[in-house]
Design a protein around this ligand. Structure first.
Ligand code: PNW
Length: 491
């Protein structure tokens, strides 16, 4: 008989329900001692520091909808998603989860979860419909209303200024981030928002994920604006993105209320030692510097590494010392978006490390790229602290896609997401216990939303969104996360 994997699981499950090899007394005794051990484990271990900031995250174009309301002009994602074949099923963010009109209900979802903080992003083209110049008087109204609602409900807002929705007009005029003019326009917009909103927002992120929007948008072409630039122009684009970040840090400092904190949220390569021995740990540290040379390392160290300059050769970016100084303007905190591990081994070479590629059988979640490596949540923040002395670190995104099909009772039992989160959080807890200064964690995402080129096919939410009715339903993972927050420990 051929037994499918599913049958096999059923047989095993049925066996466990139907039979036990322990006598009643033995079972009772073993249960009691296990319980005793368990409760000791649960009360003494796996807890997070007091005041740990549990949160969740979204981004403007992914949730807001209301694409043409109150003076908003198109962003590069409006244009790109409307080009044939760029997103799965031609999905766009025109409506998405309609958060622009449903934010009050969404804040109640947060409240029910018990999150202490919420990370969202601001749409540049709502605030400056021309990218620069005159602000739109209605542009900040929505964010003011959202902020009031959050504060009224005791939820601390963390705001991202650029989560990929560049005003289309700046792409048309400047070639987007290919031009230094865009870096300057970004700083101008960032300073304006900080001036207007820093009475309600204490933590600003300049840019979300250089490593995704520049690489996918300007080199590989699968994200907006869909370009595949040659190496020289491409490396210059990378440079303008980090320069935009640095100029924005300075503009926010100049315009925001005193005490406002500034950071960034980067999806660095998270270098994990293949085996946790001194030599591989050291190799993973060096790999962290080198594999993030074009973004996080230059921001932290104020120079491009020799290896990066040697590798890019004649295509290296053109820059001045003043640029490097701007790029490395001091930050108050660092956010790291962590989904996947990059495994590193010490290989005795001059550079001191080698990347170990994932074998074909390596497990991943619903998104092909989302390979599972819970220890990334340990090594990511630990390396950032060790290499650069960062002492206020946030995990600004972590989470996963899952097939998420509602069961007969309407609930999504996303045990795979719970498994993923429990394992990742165990390593986050391990890091806090080892003294790595991690202050908070933002789960991506509060609810299902527009997942860029994957459209609405890959769901990342704690809440299931039924798009035709816009009904939100907490998944099993929301119940799990609520307990984590309530208990301040891995459950
Ligand atoms: C991040 N990759 O994007 C973004 O910040 C979110 O907007 C997004 O929804 C979330 O992660 C889930 O994808 C990424 O291909 C997109 O490695 C792609 C990759 C990584 C991060």
């Amino acid at each position: 008989m051929k037994v499918s994997r599913r049958d096999f699981a059923k047989i095993i499950g049925a066996g466990a329900l139907g039979a036990t090899t322990l006598t009643g007394a033995e079972a009772k005794e073993s249960n009691e001692s296990n319980l005793e051990k368990d409760s000791a484990i649960q009360t003494k271990k796996r807890t997070f520091p007091n005041g740990f900031l549990w949160g969740s995250a979204t981004a403007s174009y992914q949730v807001e909808g209301a694409f043409n309301e109150d003076g908003r002009t198109p962003s590069i994602w409006d244009t790109f998603s409307k080009m044939p074949g760029k997103t799965v099923n031609g999905a766009t963010g025109d409506v998405s989860t309609d958060h622009y009109h449903r934010y009050q209900g969404d804040v109640q979802l947060m409240k029910a979860l018990g999150v202490k903080t919420y990370r969202f992003s601001i749409s540049w083209s709502r605030v400056f419909p021309d990218g620069t110049g005159k602000p739109n008087p209605k542009g900040l109204d929505f964010y003011n209303k959202l902020l009031d609602e959050l504060l009224k409900n005791g939820i601390q807002p963390f705001a991202t200024l650029y989560h990929w929705d560049l005003p289309q007009i700046l792409q048309d005029k400047n070639g987007g981030w290919e031009s230094r003019d865009t870096s300057e326009a970004f700083a101008n917009y960032a300073g304006y928002v900080a001036e207007k909103l820093s009475d309600k927002i204490n933590h600003f992120f300049t840019i979300n994920e250089f490593g995704a929007f520049v690489e996918l948008g300007y080199r590989i072409g699968i994200h907006a604006p869909g370009l595949k630039l040659p190496a020289g122009r491409f490396n210059q684009t990378r440079h303008h993105a980090v320069l935009g970040h640095g100029l924005a840090v300075q503009a926010i400092r100049a315009k925001a209320k005193k005490g406002t904190k500034i950071g960034l949220a980067e999806n660095m390569a998270i270098c994990c030692p293949v085996i946790e021995t001194a030599e591989h740990i050291k190799a993973a540290e060096e790999a962290t510097r080198q594999l993030n040379a074009q973004y996080m390392t230059v921001i932290q160290e104020g120079k491009y590494t020799d290896l990066y300059l040697a590798n890019t050769g004649k295509d290296a970016p053109k820059y001045t010392d003043a640029d490097l100084k701007t790029i490395s303007s001091p930050l108050d905190f660092v956010g790291i978006n962590i989904y996947t591990p990059t495994y590193i081994r010490a290989d005795g070479s001059k550079q001191g490390f080698a990347v170990v590629p994932h074998p074909a059988s390596y497990p991943h979640m619903a998104s092909q790229w989302l390979t599972v490596g819970p220890e990334a949540l340990y090594w990511g923040p630990r390396n950032v602290n060790k290499l650069w002395g960062e002492d206020e670190i946030y995990i600004t995104e972590n989470g996963c896609s899952s097939s998420d099909i509602p069961a007969a009772d309407g609930k999504v039992y996303d045990t795979d997401r719970v498994m993923y989160l429990r394992n990742y959080l165990s390593h986050l807890q391990r890091a806090t216990e080892d003294g790595v200064p991690i202050k908070g964690y933002f789960l991506w995402s509060l609810m299902d939303n527009f997942e860029w080129a994957d459209g609405y096919t890959n769901r990342f939410g704690l809440h299931y969104v039924d798009y035709p009715t816009q009904k939100r339903t907490p998944k099993l993972s929301a119940d799990f996360y609520k307990e984590v927050i309530k208990e301040n420990r891995v459950v």
